[in-house]
Design a protein around this ligand. Structure first.
Ligand code: NAP
Length: 466
């Protein structure tokens, strides 16, 4: 009977794994992403449900209470956060959830080691899984907490440096390596796992402290893949196949996302993680008093109405202003007048990959109007207007021309090649990278200051009387 239940659980796990993989595949297109998400959620729900049939579970009242409380608190907390947290704060929410995953994997590894020891000899495979899960899960936990604190502005977003930082890092890593050696080479004891746990928690903090806020989304992606790997290790410890599969998928997708983001920012991962050790922390650039030209809503409405091609460049500010619906309305009005309107999407516009796609999809802007950087960059030359809405770093020409700029080498949208550039933002404050933008001072550029939502609303109104 127990064997039959084992077989049924394994079979359902296999089906769930296939469903989750198919769901992930659907995330690759905005058209199918929503159903993909639902498919993955359904696969995970069934996997969690069927785990309760596992014949090895001890149905003691204390265990049932822990599972029930964990499920209710976890589900209620997630549903609440998913409703109240705005899209712009998604990276720190991912960091928080990710940290929970890392902590769970580490605690499972530590707790299971005590059980292995109590039940006799611990196999080499179990020791490797415990060491890996404890180290990687703990680093992911505290690293994610620091990433959360930085992004939520509960601590400084700048790289944190302090005396003897490098020797301290080396000492902590050496300590972790020694604990691995003790555990794997000399059968170790509970003390080795506990010390490893403590040192890895400390290393997570040390790893993320010197990373600047601008690089935090990349770091979160790295930590995310670490959590996945730690969960996979927990799967080996618990002999649970679905945990191994799900952990490996998270690990792989986190790694791919890290590579994509680093490539889009033209940075190596080593540069993101350890760049602060080579350079002095850059202060936010102090804008020199260079001339700018301001424009008005009325003049911009006329310019847009008589254009042949308008390329809209959305950025983080569009998400902050939640102005996607007003932007869609403006695009519609212009199209009614026969103006060709295209949206240029930079791969790291906003605060996470796909941020702009999700935002514009919310306002029902058709996908075929959204162009990736490589597809649209040539077209800026023939655009009458590049309308930059809350974007900054992704159109900063310093990325092409100024080797001293932190943005140097990042591929950018060629907004500066359009005949006219209109920039919607609230002030001359810099973008995420904290550097000044030469585009705002170019002769073809006009600044239209104000909150993007308000300005777009007024532009739609003004356009009606042109
Ligand atoms: P950005 O450089 O952060 O600039 C956003 C601009 O929006 C700011 O200059 C701000 O100027 C303006 N803004 C903010 N609120 C606004 C409002 N309510 N109305 C109008 N304007 C508003 O944004 P980006 O060009 O999208 O570049 C993204 C940055 O994030 C890049 O540096 C990228 O490397 C980094 N990053 C992104 C990812 C990702 O996956 N997407 C990952 C890692 C790093 P004011 O304050 O003057 O209004």
């Amino acid at each position: 009977m127990e064997n039959l239940r084992d077989a049924v659980v394994d079979l359902v796990y296999l089906v769930c794994a296939v469903v989750i993989i198919l769901g992930l595949k659907r995330l690759s297109s905005p058209r199918t992403a929503r159903s993909g998400n639902q498919l993955v959620a359904a696969g995970l729900l069934v996997a969690v449900g069927v785990t309760l049939l596992d014949p090895h579970i001890h149905w003691r009242p204390a265990n049932i209470a822990v599972m029930l409380i964990g499920t209710v608190v976890g589900a209620a907390g997630s549903i609440y956060l998913a409703r109240v947290v705005p899209m712009t704060a998604m990276p720190q929410m991912v960091a928080l959830f990710n940290g929970m995953g890392g902590a769970t994997a580490a605690l499972v590894a530590v707790a299971e080691f005590q059980r292995f020891v109590a039940s006799g000899a611990v196999t080499a495979g179990e020791r490797v899984s415990v060491a890996f899960g404890t180290t990687v899960g703990s680093v992911a936990f505290t690293g994610s907490v620091i990433a959360f604190l930085k992004l939520q502005e509960l601590m400084t977003g700048r790289p944190v440096r302090f005396p003897l930082q490098i020797p301290l890092n080396v000492a902590v890593v050496a300590g972790i390596v020694a604990m691995w050696a003790w555990l794997l080479g000399f059968a170790g004891s509970s003390a080795s796992v506990w010390i490893m746990f403590g040192l890895a928690l400390l290393f997570g903090i040390l790893l993320v402290l010197p990373v600047g806020g601008a690089d935090m989304p990349v770091v979160i992606s790295v930590l995310n893949s670490m959590t996945g790997l730690a969960a996979a290790a927990a799967g080996f410890v618990l002999e649970n196949q679905i945990l191994v599969v799900a952990g490996a998928l998270v690990g792989a997708s986190g790694s791919l996302l890290t590579i994509l983001m680093s490539r889009a920012m033209n940075r190596s991962l080593a540069n993101v993680l350890f760049g602060a050790y080579r350079t002095r922390a850059a202060g936010a650039a102090v804008a020199e008093a260079k001339p700018i030209r301001e424009t008005t809503v009325e003049d911009t409405a006329v310019l847009l109405a008589y254009a042949n091609l308008v390329i809209i460049v959305p950025g983080y500010g569009l998400a902050v202003a939640q102005a996607q619906h007003e932007l869609a309305e403006l695009a519609n009005e212009l199209e009614k007048r026969g103006v060709e309107v295209k949206f240029a999407i930079h791969p790291v516009a906003g605060r996470m990959p796909g941020h702009m796609n999700v935002l514009l999809a919310e306002a029902n802007i058709p996908y075929d109007k959204l162009y990736e950087m490589e597809q649209i960059n040539e077209e800026f030359q023939r655009a009458d207007v590049a309308l930059v809405v809350g974007a900054n770093d992704v159109v900063n020409p310093a990325a092409r021309t100024d080797p001293s700029s932190p943005l140097y080498g990042m591929p950018i949208l060629n907004a500066d090649q359009a005949k006219n550039v209109i920039v919607l933002k609230r002030s001359m404050r810099p973008g995420f990278a904290g550097v000044e933008n030469e585009l705002f001072h170019m002769p073809q550029t006009r600044m239209l200051f104000g909150d993007a939502k308000e300005t777009l609303k007024r532009l739609v109104e003004a356009g009606k009387s042109v």
